[in-house]
Design a protein. Structure first.
Length: 451
């Protein structure tokens, strides 16, 4: 008996230590079993307390009256499946007649407290079926991406969602996106994850970094074109527009609109072309969009209008030509001038890290979801990398990208430098591949001068 007591105390102490220091390990060893039992035992009473039950049907009441039995209890949604995951539980429910998926979503916070879980989210799978995802611990505190992810062409895993699932940047589904974030908010780390995920793919990367290239130029070996100032950016965007027009001519020449060709084989974008004719897709990363929209003279205003017009044209017409925009910035508001709201309307994907003003959050999610705006302005400063991701459907999630150092991103780009395509239209903007000897610069006034 004493040995059993000692063993029990050791197990409880080990569980408490794991829960404190390694919540993921605790969940896989103890938490998943305890949470499953808690959900199954409390399910009926919790659903009744949360208002997720329906009264018995008329035929059940009639049957009870005829057989002189007690009145049957209210019925909760049916449990179709309970599946444990590495971060929580997935509960698939079959709704009763008269119930709605919104009822489950509205009761998510009450379910979280009742089942003693860290977070609860829900989504409608199909008519009458709702999937409830419950997380057992804070998966965004220490982001660990799963070993196996669903990678497809032009689909990059960039972050982890608060429900434990992987957040993908799918360019085929969401061609253009806007990413906002103040200084030290984690926006640069998100961008590094994106570039590192695109590096092994057959895609051309084009960068516009008006901070003299300090963010993107270290990754230059994987970029087909780079611009580090607004003048070069204007010329680069004009070259991309010319490339887009040339690709449309190719698609028209290869559309194969004849009676003998099935409808599914008629080309309408580059992905419908034969593989040997398909142009390489291009992802354009703009590191600081506000620098492209600012001007202080008439000449700079003309350049600014030229840049914004080219960006709007690429956003409106670039998808079918395989040109995708990734617009990043610290600030994004209507005061940047005409054409900005038109550009914003074409950017389907929205990601907002911590922002310094509510206007930027409204520009990101004001036309999508007021709840997402509120969540974006409430991101604490100490949680770098935490962001709100949404799209034009109105859905949004809290996400956090795993920390990727600049050194790691550079190594990834260098390892896949052989995949960098050489595009004739962008040849003048191709960064130098050979390293040049750096001139020694004194770090302080007292540093010795070099000969």
């Amino acid at each position: 008996m004493a040995a059993f007591t000692v063993a029990l105390v050791l197990v409880v102490a080990a569980a408490g230590l794991l829960r404190w220091r390694r919540p993921a390990w605790y969940w896989m060893t103890f938490g998943v079993t305890l949470a499953s039992l808690r959900v199954l035992i409390r399910y009926a009473s919790v659903m009744d307390a949360c208002g997720l039950t329906v009264p018995p049907s008329r035929w059940r009441l009639s049957l009870a009256r005829v057989t002189n039995r007690p009145v049957p209890d209210s019925r909760p949604p049916r449990i179709l499946r309970l599946r444990p995951t590495r971060t929580g539980l997935v509960l698939r429910l079959g709704l009763r007649p008269g119930q709605d998926a919104f009822d489950v979503a509205a009761a998510s916070d009450r379910l979280r407290h009742s089942f003693s879980m860290y977070g609860v989210t829900s989504r409608e799978v199909r008519s009458g079926v709702v999937e409830v995802r419950m997380t057992g611990y804070d998966v965004l505190k220490r982001v660990q991406m799963p070993a196996k992810v669903d990678t497809r062409p032009m689909r990059v895993p960039v972050a982890l969602r608060e429900d434990g699932s992987v957040h993908y940047r799918d360019y085929r589904a969401v061609p253009h996106a806007l990413t906002l974030g103040a200084t030290e908010s984690g926006k640069s780390v998100y961008q590094r994850n994106l570039v590192a995920g695109l590096a092994p793919m057959d895609v051309a990367l084009v960068g516009i970094d008006c901070k003299q290239g300090v963010e993107l130029f270290p990754l230059a070996r994987r970029f087909s074109a780079l611009a580090d100032n607004p003048d070069t950016a204007a010329e680069l965007l004009d070259a991309l527009v010319s490339r887009m027009e040339g690709i449309y001519q190719l698609i028209r020449a290869e559309q194969r609109i004849t009676a003998a060709v099935p409808d599914a084989e008629i080309a309408a974008d580059i992905w419908d072309l034969l593989e040997h004719l398909r142009p390489v897709p291009v992802v354009v990363l703009v590191d600081e969009v506000a620098e492209l929209a600012l001007f202080a003279s008439k000449e700079e205003e003309k350049r600014r209008d030229r840049i914004i017009t080219a960006l709007v044209r690429l956003a409106q017409l670039g998808r079918a030509a395989g040109i995708y925009l990734e617009i990043c910035g610290q600030r994004f508001g209507s005061e940047l001038g005409k054409g900005i709201t038109m550009l914003r309307a074409q950017l389907t994907g929205r990601t907002a890290h911590r922002v310094n003003d509510e206007t930027s959050a409204n520009m990101a999610f004001g036309d999508i979801s007021p709840d997402a705006v509120l969540a974006a302005i409430q991101i604490p400063a100490e949680l770098r990398g935490l962001a709100i991701a949404g799209d034009s459907t109105g859905g949004w999630h809290r996400i956090r990208a795993p920390h990727t150092s600049l050194r790691r991103a550079v190594n990834t780009c260098n390892r896949h430098a052989d995949r960098t395509p050489d595009l004739p239209e962008l040849a003048p903007f191709r960064p130098e591949s050979t390293a040049t000897a750096a001139t020694a610069v004194p770090l302080s006034k007292t540093a010795p001068a070099t000969a």
